[in-house]
Design a protein around this ligand. Structure first.
Ligand SMILES: [Zn+2]
Length: 65
């Protein structure tokens, strides 16, 4: 029996972060495909994708699933 199909895909996560530059709260998407996420207000980098990981450059307030 093939159990592989019963393994759920990793859940996509959304992170609520706070920009360290201007304090703007923004929800970002933590998918590996994301290249760079910028603050919509001051354009500071909030996160950057490094291969399969997301490198955060801002404070995470909460994780939404
Ligand atoms: Zn900002």
């Amino acid at each position: 029996m093939d159990y592989a199909k019963y393994i759920p895909h990793p859940k996509t996560k959304f992170l609520r972060v706070k920009c360290s530059g201007c304090g703007n709260e923004q929800i970002i998407f933590s998918a590996p495909a994301t290249s760079k996420v910028k603050c919509l207000v001051c354009e500071k980098d909030l996160a950057e994708s490094t291969g399969s990981k997301l490198k955060l450059k801002s404070k995470v307030i909460s994780i939404l699933e």
